[in-house]
Design a protein around this ligand. Structure first.
Ligand SMILES: [Zn+2]
Ligand SMILES: [Zn+2]
Length: 338
């Protein structure tokens, strides 16, 4: 990063020297500004965290209770050592934010993970103009174009109904923060009872407390009569798939909800009966739209297909460079078939 000097890449993560703070640092620091509560962005161990107030309850579940966590509402500006910092909705999960950083007229936006598709479980993505835009590229190839979520939820409903009529449980695997709640909000809750894995239940409760409309769910561990599972929908994280935890449900059909389900052979590789194409990340048209609406002079592209996106942008006259950040963690959409 040569031209802009406000934010630079360091071994701990994106760093604003003037303000002496990091954005989504992957090693412990004194002051972290965090885009959202997924584990590959909200790392534990830092002294203090500034997060969007709308995602504060999720950050408190995910981070160390001993650290200082401060919430700041979308659109409100604060100053850190003279540098203006504000959060703007990223449309990715509840409380997800793009971080806008401004000093002496130079504006950066670190968009974290985002999507433009509408989603009843979080505030919609808001375009923010800037000089320097840092974007992810998880699904940064022109082949990635999401079907409408309405259509996908109808597919899930139909699958669930058919299983119910055959006396089977429907187990859908979805990342426990964000995707699971989107499914809960999107399915037809009149079809039958809904059960959750423990990791899903706690986060779902936090969503409810934030005012998100979700159907009633029962934690699987609280069920004594296993016959109750027949005809129900069970929402579980991908890690539960191969465990003995699955045995209790009896006759069952399995499904997996992820953007990666668009890839040929993905359903088979995941060894599930059904694949549902549902992503919390931008598809190709959404990436292009967000990049254009940022009106940035320079676009830094991280994660996923960054080289491909950079090449495309450069060919279309937009100044872009890849940015080699470290992305690890348990965000299943970042780690295909891990
Ligand atoms: Zn994320
Ligand atoms: Zn991520």
């Amino acid at each position: 990063m040569k031209k802009g000097s406000l934010i630079s890449l360091t071994p701990r993560g994106l760093y604003c020297k003037k303000g002496d703070f990091y954005v989504d640092p992957w090693l412990p620091v004194d002051r972290a500004v965090v885009t959202h509560a997924h584990a590959d962005h909200a790392y534990r161990g830092s002294k203090s965290y500034l997060v969007a107030a709308e995602g504060e309850s999720l950050a408190r579940i995910r981070l160390d209770p001993e650290s200082t966590i401060t919430g700041q509402k979308y659109g409100e500006k604060s100053e850190i050592n003279g540098v203006k910092v504000s959060f703007h909705p990223a449309g990715h999960i509840l409380g997800s934010a793009q971080v806008r950083v401004e000093y002496k007229g130079e504006v950066w936006v670190v968009s974290g993970d985002y999507k433009l598709t509408s989603d009843a479980t979080c505030a919609p993505f808001e375009p923010v103009t800037c000089n320097y835009f840092i974007t992810e590229a998880t699904f940064g190839l022109p082949i990635y174009r999401w079907p409408s979520p309405k259509k996908v939820f109808a597919e899930i409903d139909e699958w669930w109904m058919r299983n119910r009529d055959n006396g089977k449980a429907s187990v859908v695997f979805a990342y426990s923060l964000g995707k699971a709640q989107r499914i809960l909000n999107g399915v037809d809750r009149s079809i039958g009872p809904i059960f959750t894995h423990g990791s899903v239940e706690r986060l779902t409760q936090a969503y409810r407390e934030s005012g998100i409309d979700l159907p009633d769910t029962t934690y699987v561990g609280n069920v004594t009569n296993k016959k109750e599972f027949a005809g129900s929908l069970i929402v579980a994280p991908p890690s539960a798939q191969m465990s003995t935890w699955m045995k209790r449900f009896g006759p069952q059909s399995t499904g997996f909800a992820s953007g990666w389900m668009m890839v040929r052979g993905a359903r088979r590789r995941r060894a599930v009966d059904r694949g549902f194409v549902l992503s919390d990340h931008a598809d190709w048209p959404e990436l292009m739209s967000a990049i254009k609406s940022s009106e940035a002079d320079t676009v830094y592209v991280t994660h996923g297909f960054s080289e491909e996106v950079v090449r495309w942008l450069n060919e279309t006259g937009i100044n872009a460079e890849p940015l080699k950040t470290k992305f690890v963690g348990d965000d299943y959409e970042s780690e295909p078939f891990a």
